[in-house]
Design a protein around this ligand. Structure first.
Ligand code: ADP
Ligand code: ASP
Ligand code: MG
Length: 649
């Protein structure tokens, strides 16, 4: 007998018939000999309706009252699901987040879960009842017992957190699509169903716009090793398993806020090539990286930023031993690009041999802006200047001078309380985040923890499943990880650029520390490669993207800081789209970036920004080209299947 947490999303409980169908599915699971905890979202688009009501009354509704309002949606559905279960003869009881004892931070509208009391649920389960819990909500355990919500889409997080707290055998997320697909089927009907995906890949996809799972749910699954599957509420298909590595043991207190960083990594075997003043027009990145790929040179980080409106800087890192060849390609291409340009502006190639990449790795980095800010502050404290930044949900990397590497690594280990293990060194540290955490050969991983047939789970306990899924034993099948697992589009981002920030240690810490202090997450950070001397100080522009809803707050904070600290103006572009590819197998695979850029170039889509991490590449394009860009890239990587996915409304 297994303990299963099943979560049903809004559309799965959107009508009386659907609630009855959910009840039948739950009943069947219990009949098969399992104990079931059900987590439900609000019916259909209820939460959207409540948000609209609030905005009809107030332009910026009070966040506490917002939680009071939004938490009502789930209270309706738990009662109805519980009644429907009782109607089919299944004893059941509904409980709100507060009644369960889901305690959270006192951060209204985006609270993180601290702890879940399990005694009451276990008591009801032992009496043979199904426990139906309201997703998306919790309470603050002060004497005021304030109601909180976890942020939009947060029911997934409630479900996985409950599965972790209850040490459930697995957690099933039931939704309106057959599982996790190569992209959003509403944008590409031929998106293909994935059998499995690694938690790191899913964390990236979710934070880059794939709404099918809340990123924080994946973070908890990864951190606690909860087997997680996404399935359709309407069919019996197997769905998609999210595969997590063997977790580092952690306590069930401070569930969502404990320890974000698991490793500090470094790689001193890197060199940097920058191309300054290349034309801002479609095809430039495709030309450069196409040639780099033809030379079989593996590129690690790539950044590209718009500079002064009509020229770009592109910088990328390669393994030191390939620097000469990479430089030769860049130098050969620069004059071709230059011929398009006005005579007074020269494209220029700069190489830097002695650089190092230091990284912090864990889960939920972007969702916890304080983590990157702490990394930047730590480097600033020891006087280390940051040349390039790469952010992702699972890793933040900074390119620094080689000479600073030891100091930087020591300071980061100290700051994030990471013990140094004897075996660590540059060789291990340069492996991808995925392969570093799974002790297998590069670009492979173990079979999913289980093969799940209908309602009868084939594995015994959570611990067994995890061991099987992550040990590099000879009995484990090693499957190749595709270079691109999925494509995501985020239309809810804006770009901010701060002009003329002094080029010295501590500036990134200042900017991102200020934003983190206001809980504003930053992605796709790019520092221009060009330095301009103004008032005797070398200065660079810094551009980054943030969530659209944070625009006003970020502009206010940064404008005040710019005046106080003598930065230039803060410029906003709110008509952007970010399209990203994610895949654990892109590490050490030349040509993946080139293919993405080429797909855009062929259709004259201009790339405004490029930012990469080890397992993702993101391009910022004009907003009206976002959907087209996603479709082109999905097709270019051959991700489409022959079957069309029907999404029920
Ligand atoms: P629920 O209400 O069940 O939580 P959501 O609307 O939050 O459902 O998430 C499911 C939706 O996520 C799908 O209908 C689909 O449009 C969207 N989606 C975006 N990217 C993906 C993807 N890669 N795979 C599957 N669905 C995706
Ligand atoms: N009902 C909430 C929302 O719509 C939570 C969820 O569905 O996950 O955001
Ligand atoms: Mg959802």
């Amino acid at each position: 007998m297994a303990l299963i947490v099943q979560k049903y999303g809004g559309s799965s409980v959107g009508s009386v018939e659907r609630i009855q169908s959910v009840a039948r599915r739950v009943y069947k699971t219990v009949q098969a000999g399992n104990s079931v905890v059900v987590v439900v979202s609000a019916m259909g688009k209820t939460t959207d309706g409540l948000v609209k009501l609030a905005h009809d009354i107030s332009l910026s509704p009070n966040r506490r009252e917002m939680d009071m309002l939004l938490s009502t949606g789930e209270q309706v559905s738990i009662a109805l699901v519980s009644m429907a279960l009782q109607e089919v003869g299944q004893p059941a009881i509904s409980l709100t987040g507060a009644q369960v004892g889901i305690t959270t931070e006192a951060e209204h509208t985006r609270a993180r879960i601290l702890h879940i009391a399990t005694a009451r649920i276990e008591r009801h389960l032992n009496q043979g009842k199904v426990v139906v819990v309201a997703g998306f909500q919790g309470m603050v355990s002060t004497e005021d017992w304030e109601i909180t919500t976890l942020g939009r889409g947060g029911s997934d997080t409630s479900a996985v957190a409950l599965a972790a707290a209850l040490r459930a055998d697995f957690c099933e997320i039931y939704t309106d699509v057959p599982g996790i697909l190569t992209t959003d089927p509403r944008l590409v009907a031929e998106a293909q169903l994935l059998d499995e995906i690694t938690s790191n890949e899913m964390l990236e996809l979710a934070s880059l716009g794939a709404k099918v799972l809340h990123p924080r749910a994946v973070e908890i699954a990864r951190n606690y090793g909860v087997p997680l599957v996404v399935r359709s509420s309407w069919t019996e298909e197997k769905g998609t398993w999210v595969i997590s590595p063997q977790p580092i043991p952690r306590a069930l207190i401070n569930l969502e806020i404990a320890r974000a960083v698991d490793h500090v990594e470094f790689d001193t075997n890197q060199a940097k090539v920058s191309l300054l003043r290349v034309p801002d027009k479609p095809g430039v990145a495709a030309k450069l990286f196409g040639e780099i790929a033809r030379q079989n040179i593996d590129v690690d980080l790539i950044i590209q930023s718009i500079h002064d409106g009509n020229t770009n800087d592109i910088a990328f890192t390669v393994i030191s031993s390939t620097l000469n060849r990479a430089e030769a390609v860049a130098s050969a291409i620069a004059p071709v690009l230059r011929s398009d340009r006005e005579a007074h502006e020269q494209a220029e190639v700069i190489v830097k041999q002695e650089i190092a990449k230091v990284s912090i790795a864990g889960a939920g980095m972007i969702g916890r802006p304080g983590v990157a800010a702490k990394m930047f502050a730590t480097l600033a404290e020891v006087g280390v200047n940051i040349q390039m930044i790469s952010t992702s949900e699972v890793k933040v990397s900074c390119v620094i001078d080689n000479a600073d590497c030891d100091r930087a690594v020591a300071a980061l280990r100290h700051a994030f309380e990471i013990e140094q293990s004897g075996s660590e060194g540059a060789a291990i540290c340069s492996l991808s985040s995925l392969n570093a955490e799974l002790p297998l050969t590069p670009n492979t991983y173990a079979d999913p923890p289980t093969h799940y047939n209908g309602f009868v789970p084939q594995f015994g306990s959570n611990a067994d499943a995890q061991t099987k899924g992550t040990q590099a034993s000879s009995s484990v099948n090693l499957l190749p990880i595709p270079p691109v697992r999925g494509v995501a589009l985020d239309m809810n981002q804006v770009r901010l650029a701060i002009r003329q920030v002094p080029d010295r240690a501590g500036m990134a810490a200042k900017i991102f520390g200020l934003l983190a202090h206001h809980n504003i997450s930053v992605d796709t950070i790019i520092q221009s490669q060009r330095c301009r001397i103004i008032d005797g100080i070398p200065r660079r522009d810094i551009a980054f993207t943030i969530a659209r809803m944070d625009t006003q707050a970020a502009m206010e904070i940064l404008n005040v800081a710019a005046t106080e600290l003598g930065w230039g103006e803060v410029v906003l572009d709110d008509a952007i789209a970010k399209v990203s590819i994610v895949g654990g197998g892109m590490v050490r695979q030349p040509g993946v970036a080139a293919k993405m850029f080429e797909a855009l170039a062929q259709h004259q889509i201009n790339i405004q920004m490029i930012a990469t991490s080890e397992i993702k590449i993101s391009c910022v394009v004009a907003q009206e080209q976002g959907v087209k860009a996603l479709q082109l890239i999905h097709a270019a990587f051959g991700l489409a299947g022959s079957e069309k996915i029907q999404v029920s409304v």
